[in-house]
Design a binder for this molecule. Structure first.
Ligand code: FAD
Length: 429
């Protein structure tokens, strides 16, 4: 498991194209703050920015470096909405909560746009997200969903794409049509995280890198968080960490577990750039193990595909992801791959995020199940507000069910591997 917290992967195209940012000191000695945030990914940085902007003293402890978790490694795809579709949420929580959660997701979308604009975060945002069907059929369901979203939520950003149109746009005929959500998009994920950290620090947040929180406890003076070389005494604690958090809360360990997902970057596409994704949107397909791809600002194909359910990465990452890419773009067989990397993401049994008050004074968000680029910065804001006593957003999110994985922390792996591998196998049938 040692790969998980070693900082940004040197083999990542994001690392290679990150804007320069200062290395931050490790925590030494005892410090005090009103709020301590664990983890400097989108959630922790979103929380820190919100708190510091309100004049609250906040310390962020980061085990490795800013954005070195999933926030600096992901596919960069901006998915509107909650992780599960509205029909599922309506069934589970009823129409009123479903409307509240939809509004929250819209607020998260506006928050992301505002972050980029207000703090001048240069992260190559481009609009549009295509969902491509990998099996025949499904058009009637898509039309029903489009109609439902327009009528029940007034959301009219989704349109149907025919098979021919999709083939022309993507430069591959493997898909059977799909939809385009004009409210989605894609961006450079690490530059978003670094920009958020810059904004949070400018507002007064202190961020310590290489400062893993080893544990926390309630004391008569408030909360005490220990690192190898120091400690933070605080009134409130915010736990983030998604697929990288481990051992800080039995509730998170039981309900969130990490899996690995992988991405590659090709060399610039040259003449092929005009044929591959002409619309320059992000694309995600309908497989259980989703293939997701888009073009980078410098004209490469960034392709995410394949995951594994072990603490270890595959030995040859490039080959592991490339075989998925070649099924979509066989014409790239001789095209060089320049970068390949992976990251861990937290999933829950129901694939909705785990957002909870763990105990009075301690709130947490993790388990975005692969969809945190848009939600996580805003959920950080919701955690910040909860630690200042404004609980409505947290209460609503807490109603999303995230039952524990069967088998507990030690025995959950075999059950998960069997379950997920079966679904992944179905993609190939
Ligand atoms: C390969 C991959 C592709 C993805 N693609 C997409 C996508 O295209 N679109 C999308 O919406 N989502 C995607 N995701 C998911 C998305 O990246 C995450 O949901 C999101 O980044 C979660 O942000 P976070 O801040 O909660 O966690 P992270 O970004 O993982 O940050 C957690 C941080 O906490 C730190 N930490 C953990 N434990 C401690 C501790 N004890 N002390 C101090 N620090 C600690 C870690 O070092 C890490 O920096 C992808 C994820 C991966 C891995």
């Amino acid at each position: 498991m040692s790969f998980r917290n070693k900082g940004l992967p040197a083999s990542s195209w994001y690392t290679a194209t990150a804007h320069p940012s200062p290395r931050l000191p490790a925590l030494r000695g005892a410090q005090k703050a009103q709020v301590c945030v664990i983890g400097a990914g989108y959630t922790g940085l979103g929380a820190a920015l919100e708190l510091a902007s309100k004049g609250v003293s906040v310390i962020v402890l980061e085990a490795a470096t800013v954005g070195s978790g999933a926030s600096g490694r992901n596919g960069g795809q901006v998915h509107p909405g909650q992780r599960r579709d509205q029909a599922w949420i309506e069934q589970i929580l009823g129409p009123e909560d479903a409307k509240g959660l939809w509004q929250m997701a819209q607020d998260a979308r506006a928050n992301l746009a505002d972050l980029i604009k207000r703090y001048g975060i240069d992260c190559d945002f481009k609009p549009g997200l295509i969902h491509a069907r990998h099996r025949p059929g499904g058009e009637a369901t898509d039309l029903r969903d489009i109609d439902h979203m327009a009528k029940a939520y007034g959301y009219d950003q989704i349109s149907l794409i025919s098979r021919d149109h999709l083939a022309e746009d993507l430069g591959t005929d493997v898909y059977y049509g799909g939809t385009c959500d004009h409210g989605g998009g894609h961006l450079h994920p690490l530059n978003l995280a670094l920009g958020m950290a810059r904004a949070a620090r400018a507002a007064g947040a202190q961020i310590f890198e290489h400062s893993r929180a080893l544990g926390w406890a309630k004391t008569a003076k408030g909360m005490r968080v220990k690192t190898a070389m120091g400690e933070v005494v605080c009134d409130q604690l915010i736990l983030t960490g998604d697929g990288y958090i481990d051992g800080l809360s039995p509730a998170i360990d039981a309900q969130v577990m990490p899996i690995n997902n992988f991405v590659l970057a090709t060399a610039p596409l040259g003449d092929l750039a005009d044929q591959i994704i002409q619309s320059d949107m992000a694309v995600a397909d309908s497989r259980f193990v989703v293939n997701y791809f888009r073009k980078s600002a410098d004209g490469r194909l960034l392709f995410g595909g394949g995951e594994n359910y072990s603490p270890w990465y595959p030995a040859n990452l490039t080959a592991f992801v490339r075989r998925h890419m070649l099924k979509i773009y066989p014409n790239l067989i001789h095209h060089p791959i320049t970068h390949a990397w992976g990251g861990a993401l937290g999933i829950t049994m129901t694939r909705v995020p785990f957002v909870r008050q763990i105990t009075p004074g301690v709130v947490a968000a993790a388990g975005y199940s692969g969809q945190g680029v848009m939600l996580a910065p805003y959920f950080g804001k919701i955690l910040a507000r909860a630690s200042l006593g404004e609980m409505s957003g947290l209460d609503l999110l807490s109603r999303l069910p995230t039952p524990p994985f069967p088998g507990g922390k030690l025995l959950r792996w075999p059950a998960l591997v069997a379950g997920l591998s079966w679904y992944a196998l179905r993609d190939r049938l």
